[in-house]
Design a protein around this ligand. Structure first.
Ligand SMILES: [Zn+2]
Length: 94
């Protein structure tokens, strides 16, 4: 009996973000990115108009995912900034 696992058609598929053209192989990662990217790219006015339409409001699980990825990103950035400021301070002294 042959196994179907050898078919790796999902590897070829790419999901591209319409806002920043980033591409993703996994739909779940792509979906999370698009939600975030949309929030970041859209103007405040656009968002205000959208908030009036309840249909476009992210669901609670979607919001939870957004918060999780923001917390991770925030932590990574904080560490990066910490490293950079240490580097800048030591460069100033030399
Ligand atoms: Zn994007």
């Amino acid at each position: 009996m042959k196994k179907m696992a050898s078919l790796s058609q999902t590897e070829i598929l790419k999901y591209e973000c319409g806002y920043c053209n980033k591409s993703y192989k996994k739909q779940t990662l792509y979906h999370k990115h698009v939600i975030l990217c949309e929030i970041l790219r859209k103007s405040i006015i656009e968002r205000k108009n959208e908030n009036e339409k309840i249909d476009n409001t992210p669901s609670i699980p979607e919001l939870f995912d957004i918060i999780k990825s923001l917390v991770i990103r925030h932590d990574q950035l904080e560490k990066k900034i910490e490293k950079m400021s240490t580097w800048v301070n030591s460069a100033k002294r030399n």
